[in-house]
Design a protein around this ligand. Sequence first.
Ligand code: G6P
Length: 629
Amino acid sequence: MGLELTGRARYLPLFMCGIVAYIGKKEAQPLLLDGLRRLEYRGYDSSGLAILNGSLHVSKKVGRISNLEECLSGAPLSGTIGISHTRWATHGEPNDTNAHPHLDNRKKLALVHNGVVENYQALKRKLVAAGHTFESETDTEILAHLVGSMYDSLPASTPHRLETALKLALKQVQGTYGVAVVHADEPDVLVGARRGSPLVLGIGQDEHFLASDVSAIVAHTQKVVYLKDFDLITLTGNSFTIKSITDKPSEFQISEVDYRTEDAELGSFPHFMLKEIFEQPTSIQNAVRGRLNAEEASAVLGGLNMSPQELREVERIVITACGTALHAGIVGEHIIESLAHIPVEIDFASEFRYRNCPMDRRTLVIVVSQSGETADTLGALREARRRGYRVLGICNNVGSTIARETDGGVYMHAGPEIGVAATKSFTSQVTIFALLGLLLGRMRFLSFTQGSEFIKGLEALPDQITKLLKQADKIRAIADKYKSVKSMLYFGRNVQYGVAMEGALKMKEISYIHAEGYPAAELKHGVIAMIDHHTPSIFIVPNDSLRNKNISTMQEVKARKGPIIAIATEGDEDVAAIADDTIFVPAAHECLLPILAVVPLQLFSYYTAVLLNRDVDKPRNLAKSVTVE
Ligand code: G6P
């Protein structure tokens, strides 16, 4: 999939996209559209579907899935086998023609694709020389033609002809793919494959589904198989086979999904982002549940798959992730260093994989990813494992690629996060770092009393957040006051630095207001030039060890007429006296404060975006899960 760029520059297009496919006894169209709606967070530039009913019937529309629904409402496509797709692109015009599915040269085969065919130009040249003509600018159409021409070149008597054609075609492809394919001459078969882009099989009663993630299919079945890279799957209504493109035997496991569809519904909330912010008392409870051991004043994290001896031997930790997960890692770095005195390094996953980061055998790598599918994070994980290091994962999506490929880890159990801007996943990730810090700390320097106090702090978090959320109206009023500014600066120190980064990211992502996060004392090293009476500074200044130093930095801003919004500990009137607006958070252990301090910042960006009429859950140019490099 992707646009072929002519001219001098060739950019690799970045695509996330969502796939849903169905084969069974029911009408496919409503099932596909429902699945696409649930996957819309993966991409929302255009969508389309193909239904097989004697011949292929295709409908594609630029824009949201509602456009496709509207287009089909007058003339629904009937048939019990079909494939569908929602697309997201950063390069090139999304339009009806470039939308998926794409057809082969004979218009008999339809294919949907998530990923990037990197050698599409070479493949296209061969196909053009063989007389193929193309309608779109996408690499996916080239893939459709390639599979179609393989199919045509095989004798009609070839067993599993469509599956064989897909396998032969994919052997020629460099790049990444999750694909689903149907062919008019094979009315009872649907085939698919994956490499680098997630694909999950849903097993129903006389029906099967293929989808980019379980949210698209859990309303119909909870029995799933998470496909692995190079898996090649063939489905009929009542059977499935999983082979490998590499000709090696492929093993699979049927899992039961623990997922309630109502968790992925809006309920009474206007946006998923707001719903997910308000879910944080529960998601934090879920992250902590069953993981505290009061008797030993420690944490229990069985999924790490490490013996106490191995945990004691860890001498260095490298945390790597992207976006919000990286910010949780920045907070995690401070928590682990502070509680366990283990040196921690944090790195962008996209940098880590190409950097020669020196590590020794006592280094533990931790990757953090809500989706468990982020390509950069997966690349870093694979590079670390290739070098022989133990890698742990902190993931939300059970069965995701990162969760499967790590040596062990901790699930967040936060429930589905649909809003593109991550909220509850951040607080769950930080909570898990707190548990890890407690566990490692209790094996080293943390006393029983300190451990017990920390546990009390963790247990208090859900109620403290519930209380904090009651300030939503006040935060909305503050957002209204500042919504027209062009730029905002976020400041926090030590463990709050990650919160400043995350607050700024939330503001950028959904309101499109420029925002930057800094360690507060960096103000005087350049950033101070930005301060004027139109540029608010958001200070995270709880009553911690650096409060007084933060207050001095606030004074420097005030002296230059910069407006200040402070996130301060309840009752801190000194801070409130300097700031123009103050949001109070409850007192807590220094390492747990980020979990509280980030909540008002999430609400602040949410209300700013709402007041600016932004598309909060589907901000421009973003996708929830970036599954290509
Ligand atoms: C994308 C999303 C971000 C997210 C990042 C990492 O860039 O837009 O919101 O934080 O990916 O996602 P992950 O699923 O790995 O946590």
